[in-house]
Design a binder for this molecule. Structure first.
Ligand SMILES: Cc1cc2nc3c(=O)[nH]c(=O)nc-3n(C[C@H](O)[C@H](O)[C@H](O)COP(=O)(O)OP(=O)(O)OC[C@H]3O[C@@H](n4cnc5c(N)ncnc54)[C@H](O)[C@@H]3O)c2cc1C
Length: 473
């Protein structure tokens, strides 16, 4: 049994939806495109799972957050795929890929062949069992990656209402789930080995702000230690977690957010790997010219960082890499090298932050931490390479993005601190030839922003993609 398509997208997550929309805009014909997904629903905006989906009142439910509503674009319901002649093969895991023969073998025994393949398999949540923790399969232990994970989490939260949860892990998922649990009237203890939350991004000062905020909402932090074991009742449910330092924390439920690992196993030995993912070039093309990779699974060169290869685990990167791959496939002559400004965000309680670029080099904090309107710049070898802002408005987020995109040179860090957000706002208002929003053609611009801060802007990249309204899910 078998079917053949011109284009196959393997994976039905965020990138699959954005790629499908782009395919239709670039003229894909009915019957040419197929999406194969282990999930039983059409592609959706995954970030909604830790935000709107977990709200105690009027929670978001499908079809409301099918892609591509997160980019204020069309909402691709199953009907949309049908109308466009796109085959959605849902609830179907691909268990083998033969890139030489250009075939995929599904768990149902079907062989699906392609001319061009887009790998969009994303990542999976790391499980406690992989770290040798016993009893980690208990029914009140939750993860959060897929819709079915989210459904389980909602059920377990309902059963634990008024009770207590332990959140293992202080990263994105841990922080967002802790906020959701509190909103659902569940007391939370967060446990993680690092000295502060969001250790991969936050500075200690930024982390202090969020930890204090969380504490004001009733969240308790236990830092610098890890989970050692579970104490289960006779039904196998977790009653308490035991930490490596011997602390026993009684609990009604556990949420685990200890990181993800890209789904590359089908392609090991067939494609070149890098940074734990599948290595692609500036066209999102893998070491096999008929195969592209996008989203969390793809490791791509970031021109802004001198072509250094990065694998990003964020939704904006998923959307942009998907669009770029389709453009490279459908319009190879017109598609330039991918030129991406790394961007990610989070939204918890009434707080909202955005980060652009890279968090390396010296940190300069600014703003009003007590008033929840603050940020930081990262300065590496005299240039601003990363910018974080909590509590900004759209123009201010655009402004910090622009500072990073333009690799502004800064000589006086003390002055940068004094200027704070105003520094970015002034850069944004300098008035580039086209308003600075869409396209910057010249390789070098130089401004003197204010006394003390000499701004030399080198625009290595010409395609400045920004100014698009971002809806946060
Ligand atoms: C709860 C949550 C909240 C998030 N919030 C944010 C946020 O606030 N900001 C942000 O920037 N990012 C956020 N992210 C990250 C963002 O969602 C991901 O970067 C994005 O989903 C990556 O898209 P993708 O298409 O590469 O992978 P995914 O969306 O994970 O899709 C991968 C798809 O491939 C399928 N698949 C995998 N292997 C197979 C196989 N062998 N056969 C068939 N199908 C397969 C999977 O079932 C899945 O449908 C969040 C992620 C989660 C889980």
């Amino acid at each position: 049994m078998g079917r053949a398509f011109v284009y196959v997208i393997l994976g039905g997550g965020v990138t699959a939806g954005y790629a499908a929309l782009e395919f239709t805009r670039k003229g894909v014909q009915p019957g040419e495109l197929c999406i194969i997904s282990e999930e039983s629903v059409a592609p959706y905006e995954r970030p909604a799972l830790s935000k709107g989906y977990l709200l105690p009142e009027a929670p978001a439910r499908l079809p409301a957050f099918h892609t591509c509503v997160g980019a204020i674009d069309e909402r691709l319901t199953p009907k949309w795929y049908k109308e466009h002649g796109i085959e959605l093969v849902l609830g179907t895991r691909v268990k083998a890929a033969d890139l030489r023969r250009k075939t995929l073998l599904t768990a149902t025994g079907e062989t699906i062949s392609y001319k061009t393949l887009i790998i969009a398999t994303g990542a999976r949540a790391l499980k406690l069992e992989e770290f040798g923790i016993r009893g980690a399969g208990a029914e009140n232990i939750c993860y959060l990656r897929s819709l079915s994970d989210a459904n389980k989490l909602v059920d377990v939260m309902k059963a634990s209402s008024g009770g207590h949860a332990v959140v293992i892990g202080g990263g994105y998922i841990g922080m967002e789930c802790a906020a959701a649990l509190v909103t659902n009237r569940i007391r939370v203890t967060m446990v993680f080995p690092e000295a502060h939350c969001m250790a991969r991004l936050f500075t200690p000062k930024i982390a202090d702000f969020y930890e204090e905020y969380y504490e004001s909402k009733g969240v308790n932090f236990i830092k610098g230690t890890v989970l050692a074991s579970f104490e289960n009742n006779s039904d196998g449910k977790v009653m308490a977690v035991i930490l490596r330092d011997g602390t026993r924390v009684p609990t009604d439920m556990v949420v685990v957010g200890i990181g993800i690992t890209p789904n590359t196993s089908l392609f090991e030995g067939q494609l070149t790997m890098d940074k734990g993912g599948i290595k692609v070039n500036g066209q999102m093309q893998t070491s096999n010219s008929s195969v592209y990779a996008v989203g969390d699974v793809a490791a791509f060169p970031v021109k802004l960082f001198g072509g250094g290869v990065r694998r990003l685990e964020h939704v904006d990167s998923a959307r942009q890499t998907a669009r770029h791959a389709v453009s490279a496939i459908m319009e190879p002559g017109k598609t330039r090298e991918f030129d991406y400004l790394p961007f990610f965000y989070s939204r918890v309680f009434g707080l909202s932050w955005q980060f652009y670029g890279d968090n390396r080099g010296e940190v300069v904090h600014y703003g009003d931490f007590a008033g929840a309107r603050f940020g930081a710049y990262w300065v590496d070898r005299g240039r601003v390479v990363g910018a974080f802002l909590e509590g900004g408005d759209r123009e201010e987020y655009e402004a910090i993005a622009k500072v990073i995109r333009l690799k502004i040179e800064v000589k006086d860090l003390a002055e940068l601190e004094t200027q704070g957000l105003n520094f970015a706002v002034q850069v944004n208002q300098q008035g580039l030839p086209d308003g600075g929003r869409i396209l910057l053609e010249k390789p070098i611009y130089t401004w003197h922003a204010t006394a003390g801060v000499v701004v030399a802007v080198s625009v290595a990249a010409v395609a400045y993609f920004y100014g698009r309204r971002r809806k946060i899910l």
